[in-house]
Design a protein around this ligand. Structure first.
Ligand code: HH2
Length: 269
């Protein structure tokens, strides 16, 4: 892996918190995916179900209808990037993989459908296992931890072990602290500040801060104005060991991380 990888967000949902409804049309979505890659994304993460706080679950057939044409369209372009499917459903992931996806991003870390781990193992796919307290519908209702970093780390170690026990090769697994998923502003900031403790697990850490509400709380900006705050979190996260950055604003984050990586490289750029 290079110093860092950017996972560009491509939501094909009517209700995602920052870009919902923007890419209802598959052709528009594919065009945007191509642009994300041109701006520096190494992975394009296609999602058909919003996981914003309070979001309602989406039936598999509807999620497939949204995601599949976009994965097919991206695969047909032969872009120099991996295609990821952001889903918790085995059926959706299997169809996306048949269409060309090679990465499964499951915000439930195979807890929603344990069979999804079997698919990832059988097809030798890359995957991201994320921490979430509770479920999207209720996760922001007074989340509590003994020590947020220790608790998230313990969870990720347990899910990594479960993935390996299901037959997934450890080098296929990336881990994500789940910024904003059952976390207060203070929880998110403490996770960022102590991200090196999550990186110490020894697998690449994925960081998903992009445009999230804690940045809005700190800056007073609406979703469209949170790019600068997002870049700051990515640079800090990189310095503390994160290696994959799931963002909407690929060009801006790519610039910020290029400067950070050159500065921190022991032998210069
Ligand atoms: N955040 C969101 C969705 N998927 N996956 C990982 N691994 N990490 C994250 O932090 C993460 C994620 C939520 O952001 P977004 O996709 O922009 O919104 P929505 O869930 O409303 O579609």
């Amino acid at each position: 892996m290079t110093a860092f990888e950017i996972m560009g967000v491509l939501n094909v949902t009517p209700d995602s918190f920052s870009d919902g409804g923007t890419f209802d049309d598959a052709e528009d979505a594919v065009r945007h995916g191509r642009r994300l890659v041109e701006e520096g994304a190494a992975i394009v993460d296609v999602g058909g179900e919003s996981t914003r706080p309070g979001a309602a679950p989406v039936p598999a057939a509807e999620e497939l209808r949204r995601v599949l044409p976009v994965v097919e369209g991206l695969a047909a372009l032969g872009l120099p990037a991996r295609i990821s499917v952001d889903t918790m459903k085995t059926g959706v992931a299997a169809a996306a993989v048949d269409a060309g996806a090679t990465y499964v991003n499951d915000v439930t870390a195979f807890r929603h459908e344990p069979d999804l781990a079997g698919l990832v193992a059988d097809r030798d796919l890359d995957c991201c296992l994320m921490h979430m307290l509770g479920e999207p519908r209720t996760m922001q209702e007074d989340p509590r931890y003994d020590d947020v970093v220790d608790d998230v780390k313990g969870f990720l170690e347990e899910r990594l072990a479960a993935a390996v026990a299901a037959g997934i090769r450890e080098e296929r697994v990336q881990l994500d602290p789940g910024i904003g998923f059952g976390k207060t502003l203070a929880h998110n900031l403490e996770l960022l500040r102590r991200l090196d403790e999550i990186a110490a697990i020894g697998r690449p850490v994925v960081l998903g801060t992009s445009r999230k509400s804690f940045i809005g709380r700190l800056t007073g900006r609406d979703v469209a104005g949170r790019v600068h705050g997002t870049v700051a979190t990515c640079v800090l996260g990189y310095e503390r060991g994160a290696r994959v950055f799931r963002v909407h604003d690929v060009a801006a984050v790519h610039d910020g991380l290029s400067v950070a990586a050159a500065t921190l490289a022991p032998d210069g750029p």
